[in-house]
Design a protein around this ligand. Structure first.
Ligand code: SAM
Length: 421
């Protein structure tokens, strides 16, 4: 599977699905264990190959067992014992590399397992913290949920969900963290009765915080311009306690489809505007131009901030896809600028760590709009959203950046712009 993912540049989930179909005899425990090996292998693809002196999938897995899972060389040797379902025994060279291979002299793109061409951009954001940040991006992501305050408070949720042993998330006031099993998998929450009842949503703490930092307030007219499946739409409805007017749309009607059921389940209220397929796709928001208090732009992006969840995505990322996302971001920001009323705000969010998609996108809008927009200071954005978060984010030129090492969340960027006139 690792070879398939690398050579055909396939998403890991697709490769795993195909393997599952071709190996129907494999039980669910084996499937989970295999998926976990594949994901961990992808997390440490470069560093594991470096210590083993080879780039083969076998070398990556052996190196990963040491680097990611912390297994000692004799333990790894005992797993590679040539038994019926076990891999071939370790060669003398493999044993030597396992014992002596080191990352001491490895360049940051190897030690931090990231594509080399994005390093200068990441260095620009993280400076001297580059390596700890890359390492944190290589760890497994936690499983976070957002308690639906439209139905209950966090204390009630703690007792209703006691069987899942949840803990409070460090920053988000409605967040709970569900412990993962040994293989890094969490419980199947979507079949839990409390989930079906709409008592919570599965949402990374960073995404919860980005919603809070939008500063949305009851009574406002809010457009969720890139609503996708509605993660933030639901969060906005909960934040405003269903006392605002929320309009959600997305350029891709297929991505919007799940939102109706999610709204129903959670009791969240929002107006969904679905663009119609067709050659001249009509803009579904023209009636709102110049009237909206707050436009949330949860922009399409490279998703570099979510590499903990999608370690295969980092090896698929290419400069061309970054360029494409950057042009989409400009387009969507320009649309947001038309919607917002004088004194109203655009809140720009990405799950990217790359300044090209973050500060540069905001700077681009400011330049195109002349004096019409001004950046709201990040201190103000934090004070209105979640004041306790301030020491855990990086302030950037135009906004703020959350990251796995500093905030313990996926890497989210947030900036707010106010329309002056
Ligand atoms: C990061 S995802 C949104 C995730 C969603 N807000 C959530 O919290 O679940 C970005 C979305 O932007 C949409 N998109 C891309 N270009 C767009 C445009 N010009 N106008 C509106 N939506 C756009 C994509 O279809 C995608 O669903």
């Amino acid at each position: 599977m690792l070879a398939d993912i690398a050579e055909r540049r396939r998403p890991a989930a697709d490769a795993l699905k195909d393997w599952g179909l071709a190996h129907r005899f494999a039980g669910s425990g084996d499937r989970a264990a295999i998926a976990s090996l594949v994901y961990d292998g992808l997390r440490r693809r470069a560093s594991a190959a470096w210590i083993m002196g080879q780039e083969t999938p076998r070398a990556v897995l052996i190196g990963m067992l040491r680097l990611q899972r912390g297994l000692a060389a004799p333990t790894i040797a005992s797993l590679f014992n040539g038994g019926r379902f076990a891999p071939e025994p370790l060669s003398a060279q493999e044993q030597e590399r396992l014992a002596n291979g080191s990352l001491d002299d490895a360049p940051p793109e190897i030690a931090g397992d990231a594509p080399d061409w994005v390093l200068p951009s990441l260095q620009g954001v993280f400076g001297g913290d580059l390596l700890p940040e890359l390492r944190a991006l290589g760890r497994r992501a936690p499983l976070d949920i957002r308690v639906n305050r439209l139905k209950l408070d966090r204390d009630e949720a703690l007792s209703r969900l006691a069987h899942l042993a949840p803990e409070l998330t460090p920053h988000a006031p409605m967040g709970l963290r569900i412990p993962l099993g040994e293989d890094g998998r969490g419980p199947a929450l979507h079949i839990e009765p409390e989930f079906i009842e709409g008592l919570y949503e599965i949402q990374d703490e960073g995404s919860q915080l980005a919603t809070l930092l939008s500063g949305a307030r009851p009574g406002e007219t809010i457009v969720d311009l890139c609503a996708g499946g509605g993660g933030k739409t639901l969060g906005l409805a909960a934040l405003t306690r269903n006392k605002g007017r929320i309009i959600a749309t997305d350029a891709d009607p297929r991505r919007l489809a799940p939102i109706h059921e999610r709204l129903r389940r959670s009791g969240a209220e929002a107006e969904i505007r679905t663009p119609r397929a067709g050659r001249a796709r009509a803009d579904v928001l023209t009636d709102l131009d110049g009237t909206v208090d707050r436009v949330l732009v949860d922009a399409p992006c490279t998703g570099t901030g979510t590499w903990r969840r999608n370690p295969d995505a980092k090896w698929r990322l290419r400069p061309g896809s970054l360029a494409l996302r950057v042009s989409e971001q400009a387009q969507v920001l320009d649309r947001a600028a038309e919607l917002v009323r004088p004194g109203g705000r655009i809140v720009y969010v990405t799950c990217s760590l790359l300044p090209e998609e973050n500060d540069a996108a905001v700077a681009g809008l400011l330049k195109r709009q002349g004096e019409r927009f001004a950046v709201v200071a990040a201190d103000e954005v934090l004070a209105a959203g979640t004041p306790g978060l301030a020491p855990f984010v990086r302030l950037t030129q135009q906004g703020l950046q959350m990251s796995p090492a500093l905030t313990g969340t996926d890497g989210f960027y947030v900036a707010a712009l106010e329309r002056r006139a």
